[in-house]
Design a protein around this ligand. Structure first.
Ligand code: EPZ
Length: 437
């Protein structure tokens, strides 16, 4: 097992190329199950989640080939039942349910368990598929879904925290091959949902309204193969932007889409970070003092929950009080206890964290609990005095492509070292650490 060893205090400088978006490529890979023809997907990030999804598609009978960042999938024949252990391990794989059901009339998919950031039920996914006429039952840890022919329907997909991203993706993919028209109200508007709709339309689907709360899908008889380039990862770009600000650096985010990051860039500007254009790219720099800002995570186009932990680190470095409220996932403050080990002063009050910032962080051994918490710990280590050692970094390889190479090219003093498990820090969430969202 590997750890990251970071010597803090170096301002990040230079250019970093933003990879394709993990949360766009996973549902797009699932969508390839909707056709027997080959699909070619470009700018695919090399992540363990992508590898997992590839193995899941192969366990369903598809031919999968990843050549650099180009992925070719041909699902000539699909079995309704995939590898339980693989699917159970990665929550994102739940989005094979809709395509499998639409393509073969039945699907048996393992129920994704909860994870460290929340219970994460899939009731809205199932509600949507049942509205299209599917018969769904949960049995033995599996979702059993059956429908001779899905039928278009009008449905409302909003839940207790608003829209669902993968729920919208699942129902949209199923409706693409249904009889008639489906109207999804309170659909998720995330850029990753829009990218999936573009891919489906490239395959011959008829989807309008992507990016708005009202999605209209006119079902077609069949879909054909298609080629597609995945959008850049706005969460990876935001992570590097915060790292540049936290280290008083200057970084150009090559290929980042500013139009997908308005809420994050707005908060960075409010905090006193300089956000500029550099040709088609974004340049992030910080010279002066930071100002405290309050943040509430919301569905898109609000502030993304996947950047909450990273921004919390920036606020620990900022003199004054800032309040960070998590409205999407009920237990997404796992990083707080680890940041406290680096000397941060953060109190949790219900869904909010009250950050008393301004005291310098000092390096310490810490443990990653989930993907975005790990990214936050890396930023904290880069900004802290002395050495920080982060264990369980497999969490980060799930969602960031070669993050340590990219950071070293920006001047970070950081290396992957073999973990000495006897030295692992004692911390409350040890039991819960499993492969996440
Ligand atoms: C996607 O998860 C992302 N994952 C998450 O990114 C991201 O945090 C999340 O959207 C919100 O933006 C992928 O795309 C693979 P949701 P998803 O369904 O679709 C509740 C990362 O770090 N809900 O939009 O699973 C749910 O519990 C990951 O890359 C229901 O109640 O999230 C949550 O509170 C983490 N019932 C809220 O809705 C349902 O049926 C939003 O969840 C579905 C969801």
């Amino acid at each position: 097992m590997e750890n990251f060893l970071i010597k803090g205090g170096t301002p990040l400088r230079g250019e970093v190329a933003i990879s394709g978006a993990k949360n766009a490529v996973l549902p797009i890979m699932a969508a390839t199950l909707l056709t027997a023809e080959p699909c070619v997907i470009r700018r695919v990030p090399q992540l363990s989640d992508v590898r997992f999804m590839g193995e899941i598609l192969a366990s369903l009978g598809a031919k999968v080939k990843l050549d650099g960042s180009t992925l070719t999938v041909r699902a000539a024949g699909v079995k309704g039942l995939g590898d339980y252990n693989l699917i159970r391990k990665m929550r994102g794989s739940v989005c094979i349910l809709g395509p499998l059901l639409a393509r073969s009339g039945h699907a048996v998919v393992s129920l994704p368990g909860g994870c460290v950031i929340g219970a994460r039920p899939i009731d809205l996914h199932l509600k949507g598929l049942e509205a299209l006429g599917a018969k769904v039952r949960i049995d033995g840890g599996y979702i059993h879904a059956r429908a001779r022919k899905l039928k278009g329907a009008d449905l409302f997909l909003g839940g207790r925290c608003g829209p669902t991203v993968l729920g919208t993706a699942n129902v949209m993919m199923a409706a693409a091959l249904a009889d008639g028209v489906t109207v999804i109200e309170s659909a998720a508007c995330e850029p990753e949902v829009v990218d999936l709709a573009h891919f489906l339309n490239n395959m011959g689907a008829r989807i309008t309204g992507a990016g708005s709360p009202t999605l209209i899908i006119t079902g077609v008889k069949s879909l054909h193969g298609a080629e597609h380039e995945v959008i850049p990862d706005r969460i990876e770009a935001a992570t590097f932007a915060v790292a540049a600000a936290a280290t008083r650096g200057e970084v150009v985010l090559r290929g980042a889409r500013a139009d997908h990051m308005h809420a994050v860039l707005d908060k960075l500007r409010q905090a006193g970070v300089t956000v500029e254009r550099s040709g088609p790219d974004l340049k992030i720099s910080r010279r002066g003092r930071l100002k405290p800002v309050d943040i509430t995570t919301l569905p898109y186009a609000g502030f993304p929950t996947d950047v909450q932990a990273q921004m919390m680190v920036l606020m620990t470095l900022t003199p004054g009080i800032s309040i960070i409220t998590e409205r999407i996932f009920e237990s997404r403050f796992m990083h707080v206890s680890e940041l406290a080990r680096l000397g941060a002063d953060i109190a949790i009050e219900g869904p909010s964290a009250i950050v008393k910032g301004g005291k310098p962080l000092s390096g310490a051994p810490v443990m990653a609990s989930d993907l975005r918490a790990s990214a936050a710990l890396i930023i904290a280590g880069l900004a802290a005095r002395g050495k920080t050692e982060i264990s369980r970094i497999y969490h980060i390889d799930r969602g960031y492509e070669k993050i340590d190479d990219k950071l070293r090219r920006l001047g970070a003093r950081m290396e992957r070292v073999q973990a000495d498990t006897s030295k692992e820090p004692r911390s409350g969430f040890r039991q819960k650490a499993a492969i996440g969202p």
